[in-house]
Design a protein around this ligand. Sequence first.
Ligand SMILES: NC(=O)c1ccc[n+]([C@@H]2O[C@H](COP(=O)([O-])OP(=O)(O)OC[C@H]3O[C@@H](n4cnc5c(N)ncnc54)[C@H](OP(=O)(O)O)[C@@H]3O)[C@@H](O)[C@H]2O)c1
Length: 317
Amino acid sequence: MRAIVVHELGGPEVLKAEDWPEPKAGEGQLVIRTQAIGVSYAETQLRTGIYPLPVPLPTVFGAEAAGVVTEVGAGVDEALLGATIACVTGGVGSYAEYAVVPASLICPVPEGVSPVDAVAAAAPGAIALGLLHRAGLKGGETVLVEAGASSIGTYLLRHAKEFGAERVIATAGAPAKRERARQMGADEVIDHREPGWPGELPDVDVVFESVGGASAKPVLDHLTPGSGRMLCYGSLSGEPAAVGAADLLARGVTVIGCGGPAWGAEVFGVHYPEMLARVADGRSRAYVDDTLPLESAAEAHRRLESRTALGRIILTP
Ligand SMILES: NC(=O)c1ccc[n+]([C@@H]2O[C@H](COP(=O)([O-])OP(=O)(O)OC[C@H]3O[C@@H](n4cnc5c(N)ncnc54)[C@H](OP(=O)(O)O)[C@@H]3O)[C@@H](O)[C@H]2O)c1
């Protein structure tokens, strides 16, 4: 089969299209013929070594896909053969014509939803729904969505008021991104390329923190004393949020870490199906910047790193 294989960490050029053996389904696994493959910013950070790869090199890259089940391993329901599913691999292996997936990490694609739309919406939408549930918004609260035109930020903005937010502030970079954030429901948008931008913030009840690094502390300094919550779920800057216990103590605010196995199980088990159901009945939708052939995985990573994508980039084999 054709696959995108990484032999060494580095720039986008390390994503090489090659022939690679087709995977076989082991116990508790199944194989899909991929129809749509998700590419994410976190994968660009895995590729450069900012985050550790979960397997040794060389490996087929990629963690998200949708496709048709072609083989089931021992202990997996044979009725799944021929079904169209969305899935995460739990590690690597989705940038390929066939991918092996744990049977616990699959979700049926509802009637009427294309594989491209399923992949585009499922992961970022599910993460956003998980964050909105976790935030426990009370009526009348103000929220800040950092990187509001990112894949996850888009869904946070789209659904924040439905979950009870009254005033929604977003940050974004280029003018097209700021416009996207407004279209998605932001009442105000701050250009996060301006140094010192957190100084423009009013008191904020909930922050969805995805950038990390040095900007987290000045943002935390605008959390409502006593009740403010900062939900940390990403490190787009490549650094974790630089906030310490003394900062929390000073304001009496809470930082909630939204990552790790229990979080992943909740996002996948509860919010993946919830998100796909929303796409199927029109309560949400997919945002696709572009679909590219599998062989263009390096180009997909370049586009994400150039920060020009408005919506997801999806590979099709
Ligand atoms: N906790 C979880 O469950 C979970 C799961 C998946 C991903 N994540 C994390 O969530 C974050 C967002 O992921 P995503 O897939 O939504 O991202 P994405 O769609 O690739 O969007 C990234 C956008 O963020 C903005 N940005 C702001 N500061 C940035 C910086 N320092 N470097 C690069 N981009 C920056 C850029 O837009 P502008 O042009 O507006 O600056 C960029 O286009 C990532 O850190 C990712 O690792 C968390």
